[in-house]
Design a protein around this ligand. Structure first.
Ligand SMILES: Cc1cc2nc3c(=O)[nH]c(=O)nc-3n(C[C@H](O)[C@H](O)[C@H](O)COP(=O)(O)OP(=O)(O)OC[C@H]3O[C@@H](n4cnc5c(N)ncnc54)[C@H](O)[C@@H]3O)c2cc1C
Length: 502
């Protein structure tokens, strides 16, 4: 349709979704061109095209697996560059709305904790090593090219501008993928080619993030009893306590302080402001850690964009040869750290759709449907959690209220039943679909734990404001396995000596 003798896929934006999808497309198209508005930095530095990258970013286990499948060797490369191993309840304290959390052995242990720049730079190194993809840097996509088609329209390429040049250039392609993130201008691009954009759902979480890098002062040593050697996390408490903070160890000797301010809280602007903010938190734990650190660089703040869902899956228009992926289709509060995993997961879905067809007439509908099924988990979790906060304006439907009530019940049950805790963590880590929590076994165990165990396990009012977290409560997994194996061997030996077995 584009008049090309070869098939060419064009990807707009070289963030997580862009790099992953370009790599996936390279198996199915003769050429893949990635157009990125930034000049990629040499190392881990921040770049303008991803303004959120100065804020805390964790990569969940689901995202780690998906990126590893697309870029084999990704995790090893990160580890070779000094990646910290963080484990809630063992070396990082977590204060949830219900009080200090205890460790439950869940796959959260394999989620990655490092700066966004560090993570992206490893992906970039693996991406640029693949000769099948062409990268055009400092190139901003400015529009879509289209031709009429017997059924709808056909996207035949993009127009773009190289930084510093006046002229707009055109690039023809058989497939165009919008991976330009939360600031995507697809809405305007579609209007410009007379295609009505998909309808949208929006919800403003009314939150501002603040980030400050630190390093430990020379010779600084935490007190011996501080087992939270890799950081601390204090979450918001609905409906009114809209302030959160975390100070977490990153790659090398870096630490990142993140503050989240909602309605009624101002984002600090200097060191005195940071201290005042942290001192007001439910626990002064992070405030107490602060004197051990010295700041690196500036304190930056970032107003969170609205949660936004673009209904591409039931888009009335037909635009063949056009896809949108990652945050360009669905943006949500990063409270649960799911955004990059969704972007990488979308690329995994693209790969399974491409295995069925790479025909530009068939691929978009198939892909948008599958992508929506996957993204809906994270979007629903983020929006329903935001609606717990009184300041957020949005319809609190019966289903939202029931969902939030059930999620709270699950959290309470999880404190008493490790099976529930492990399974709900897998849903939060996007390893299981959200439908898992409605399975009969889940419902039964939640109900049972809440009625018979949960009430006893509720944190007391005193515990809720306890200034310091309890030590690790669960025996580490390796020790548990050793004890179980030794008991097994001892039992077998006794049975053998008693002549019960041969
Ligand atoms: C404060 C904050 C904290 C977050 N924390 C986490 C977290 O802990 N864990 C997590 O998984 N996610 C987190 N996220 C979400 C995460 O940042 C995004 O979901 C993720 O980056 C989306 O990836 P993407 O590739 O779709 O978009 P992006 O990563 O934003 O990439 C978009 C790319 O497109 C380029 N681009 C844009 N427009 C054009 C154009 N016209 N032409 C060419 N190139 C263009 C940009 O330069 C950029 O490189 C957080 C977000 C915020 C705001």
């Amino acid at each position: 349709m584009s008049g090309l003798a070869v098939t060419r896929a064009i990807v707009i934006g070289g963030g997580i979704a862009g790099m992953c999808s370009a790599k996936v497309l390279a198996d199915y198209f003769d050429e893949v061109v990635l157009v990125e508005r930034d000049q990629y930095p040499e190392g881990f530095e921040h770049r303008r095209g991803v303004p959120q990258s100065k804020m805390f970013h964790t990569l969940l286990e689901r995202g780690r697996r998906d990126i590893e499948a697309i870029f084999p060797g990704f995790h090893k490369l990160l580890e070779s560059r000094k990646l910290p191993k963080i484990s809630f309840g063992f070396n990082c304290a977590l204060m949830t709305p219900r009080g200090w959390g205890r460790n439950v052995p869940v796959p959260v242990q394999r989620s990655l904790f490092c700066t966004r720049g560090f993570l992206e730079s490893a992906m970039r190194d693996l991406f640029t090593a693949d000769p099948r993809t062409t990268l055009i840097e400092q190139a901003t996509a400015t529009g879509l090219l289209a031709q009429p088609h017997p059924h709808g329209k056909f996207c035949t390429g993009i127009s773009y501008k190289i930084r510093g040049e006046d002229q707009t250039q055109e690039l023809a392609g058989t497939l165009v993928v919008d991976a330009s993130g939360a600031s995507s201008r697809a809405h305007q691009w579609l209007n410009a080619i007379d295609v009505a954009p998909p309808r949208e759902h929006q919800l403003d979480p009314l939150l501002t993030y603040g980030g400050q890098l630190f390093k430990l002062k020379p010779n600084a040593r935490f007190p011996k009893q501080w087992w939270w050697t890799h950081g601390a996390f204090i979450q918001r408490v609905p409906p009114t306590d809209n302030a959160a903070a975390h100070l977490i160890r990153q790659e090398g000797d870096l630490w990142l302080l993140t503050m989240v301010a909602g309605d009624g809280h101002d984002m600090p602007k200097d060191r005195a402001g940071i201290e005042a903010f942290l001192h007001r938190m439910r626990s002064p734990l992070i405030y107490d850690m602060l004197p051990y650190f010295e700041p690196l660089g500036e304190l930056t703040s970032y107003r969170l964009p609205k949660n936004c869902w673009k209904y591409y899956e039931d888009w009335a228009e037909t635009l063949h040869g056009f896809l949108a992926i990652g945050a360009s289709t669905c943006v949500f509060n990063p409270n649960q750290g799911q955004g990059m995993s969704v972007a990488a997961g979308d690329a995994g879905i693209l790969r399974s759709c491409l295995a069925q067809t790479n025909a530009p007439e068939k691929l978009p509908k198939l892909f948008f449907k599958e992508q929506a099924k996957f993204q809906r988990n994270a979007y629903q979790l983020a929006c329903s959690n935001d609606l717990k906060f009184a300041s957020v304006q949005g319809p609190r439907t019966l289903s939202t209220r029931l969902f939030n009530w059930y999620r709270d019940a699950i959290t309470r049950a999880g404190a008493a039943d490790p099976w529930v805790a492990r399974n709900v963590a897998e849903v939060d880590l996007l390893l299981q679909p959200i439908s898992k929590i409605y399975q009969p076994q889940f419902l039964f165990r939640t109900l049972f734990a809440c009625v018979f165990l949960g009430w006893r396990q509720r944190p007391s009012a005193v515990e809720r404001v306890a200034p310091q977290p309890p030590g690790p409560a669960v025996i580490p997994r390796r020790l548990r396995v050793t004890i179980r194996n030794s008991l097994g061997t001892a039992t077998r030996y006794v049975a053998f000596r008693l002549g019960l077995t041969r």
